[in-house]
Design a protein around this ligand. Structure first.
Ligand SMILES: Nc1ncnc2c1ncn2[C@@H]1O[C@H](COP(=O)(O)OP(=O)(O)O)[C@@H](O)[C@H]1O
Ligand SMILES: [Mg+2]
Length: 268
């Protein structure tokens, strides 16, 4: 059974960055094979991982919709055909594979298509030891449960009271939408002046007190990461002494639960 990390949060907070860091960490720690799922229609995980996404699963969804209206699939079973289409959208890279979900659906009923897609992705994910899902800003993908089981649902927040409040609202919405995960976490990104005793991280802890959301800590604002994004350098080439890489690694170590227990912060 694969270990699944899903990352969500408002646009521009650092979801894709954290997703790419997680993929690199899992690959380097040989927690592979790793499946990276770009569930944001504004595909960016491919560039961060240094690969180029071509076709997306969007086509598979359309195909499933067509099949729902059409009994015959040219002799091939529906499931087989959808699995084949999904394989075509899969990009194989060094230590991980990437699949991009593509644009949201157009008009019409996609119930069958979404159910089919969930089944296809479930079958695909079963081949991987770890799955990292970079979500769009909303929770639509998660509510459709395109991937069956999530071990960790992580909310990335901006380092401001407004940013933290937005993350908290997103968590409340996730609860309302009955989005399930074995564990929930919040990560404060772009923290200035050291993440250890950062007041904004302490604030995040307070804001999520009384919820199952664990404050996983902060990721520092980092000049190397910024320079990398300006030149579209992949995360893989970030120096191994980079502080964001280091902090993200500590978070992942705790989340995967293999090397250290996850700290449970007391709820006052
Ligand atoms: N800790 C950080 N330090 C500096 N720049 C960062 C940091 N985290 C993210 N960024 C930059 O912020 C921008 C948005 O990040 P991204 O991961 O694409 O956000 P999202 O996926 O949530 O839209 C990118 O240019 C990224 O390089
Ligand atoms: Mg993104």
């Amino acid at each position: 059974m694969s270990w699944t990390l899903a990352i969500t949060g408002k646009g521009g907070v650092g979801k894709s960055t954290l997703a790419a860091l997680a993929v690199r960490w899992l690959v380097e720690r040989q927690r592979g094979p790793v499946l990276a799922v770009d569930a944001d229609p504004n595909t960016s995980l491919d560039a961060l991982l240094g690969v180029k996404a071509g076709c997306t699963v969007g086509g598979v969804r359309e195909e499933a919709k067509r099949l729902a209206q059409n009994d015959s699939a040219g002799g091939m079973g529906k499931q087989e055909l959808l699995d084949l289409k999904t394989q075509e959208a899969l990009i194989e890279a060094d230590g991980f594979d990437l699949i991009a979900m593509g644009r949201p659906e157009g008009p019409g009923c996609y119930c069958y298509a979404n159910n089919a897609l969930r089944a296809v992705l479930g079958r695909l994910a079963a081949h991987y030891a770890s799955v990292v899902i970079d979500n769009e800003a909303g929770l639509e993908n998660l509510s459709r449960r395109t991937v069956q089981k999530t071990d960790w649902l992580v909310f990335v927040a901006e380092p401001s009271l407004r940013g933290l409040t937005t993350a908290r609202k997103l968590y409340d919405l996730a609860l309302e939408m009955k989005i399930e995960a074995a564990a929930f976490g919040v990560v404060v990104n772009r923290v200035r002046g050291g993440t250890g005793a950062s007041p904004v991280v302490a604030r995040a802890r307070e804001l999520f007190a009384g919820t199952p959301v664990q404050c996983l800590g902060g990721l520092p604002e980092d000049a190397e990461l910024l320079a990398h994004s300006e030149t579209a350098e992949p995360i893989m080439s970030l120096s191994s002494s980079n502080p964001v890489w280091h902090e993200a690694g500590e978070m992942l170590r705790r989340m995967t639960g293999k090397e250290a227990p996850v700290p449970v912060f007391p709820n006052p």
